[in-house]
Design a protein around this ligand. Sequence first.
Ligand code: NAP
Length: 311
Amino acid sequence: MEEIDIAVIGGGPAGLTAALYAARARAKTVVFESAMPGGQIVTTDWVENYPGFPEGISGAEIGDLMLRQAERFGAEFRTFAEVESIEPEGLDFVVTADGQAHLAKIVILATGAVPKKLGVPGEAEYTGRGVSWCATCDGALFRDKVVAVIGGGDAAVEEAMFLTKFARKVHLIHRRDELRATKCIQEQCFANEKIEVRWSRVVTAVRGEEGRVVGIDLAATNGEPDEHLPLDGIFEFVGVDAKSSLVAELCDLDEAGFVKVDVNGLTSYPGIYAAGDVTSGDLKQVVTAAAQGASAAFEALRYLDQRLCSI
Ligand code: NAP
């Protein structure tokens, strides 16, 4: 069985920063990533609030730069390797990925989060046929078309603006009469002539014909009449769910399923640290993910040293 000092599960900004710190401290560090490294941020067109890039930087480029930096210090990557289980073995952990077991002294969980679904009729049927969770991936398919973005947070508003590069019109549909997104993002949104905000509306069904989305049904939350909105595509940004199932039996989770950690990234289970969007905490940004990854690795290395000294 391969022996590892620090197994990092997840290759987004939190995992890549944890790997950078751990590998730079000469710990044998292996990152398990079920897809390509980079995480959710690579599906973001443009990031304006990661310090050091005054003009902004593309999400894909941040992911690539972080990967190259971790690799430069010797972090190893098992890409397209799905971790199936993490089982305690004495003070260590057996991390099984694609049927292969690895013995790790420390686990840093940086599995991130996945976009929530609305769960309305027609959503599953028309997924990939007009229903999407990734504007960067699918936006270009909607050149000169009409689309709707659902949600009122940073993701919805930013992605609505990105979609105006392609779409003729973007309806931003929010269930309340006030957006949750950061004020400066809201200002850019309101100034964009292609975006029409439809306040106080929830989607009740996705409608399609001949295998493609043709519209959505909207119910008003302010007493106005319900309506049908004809369109070509719908992009959902209604928050995220934590990918915490690997440690659900081992670590304490909050009521929404995010992993509880202390200020240093330690979970309730000794030897398991967590960082980034999988953890509880309001601010889910690249900068916080990177900072949490660094803290988790720093604490993990300290714990590892203590273990080795006590042998
Ligand atoms: P979010 O901040 O949780 O916002 C989710 C939005 O979806 C809210 O406006 C919410 O409405 C709405 N919503 C939730 N469930 C809904 C439903 N069933 N039907 C209709 N609307 C629903 O999620 P997010 O925008 O995906 O962002 C996640 C995290 O990433 C946040 O911490 C965010 O700040 C961060 N992020 C940051 C940036 C950036 O800094 N540039 C970019 C993207 C994401 P209510 O407002 O009524 O609750």
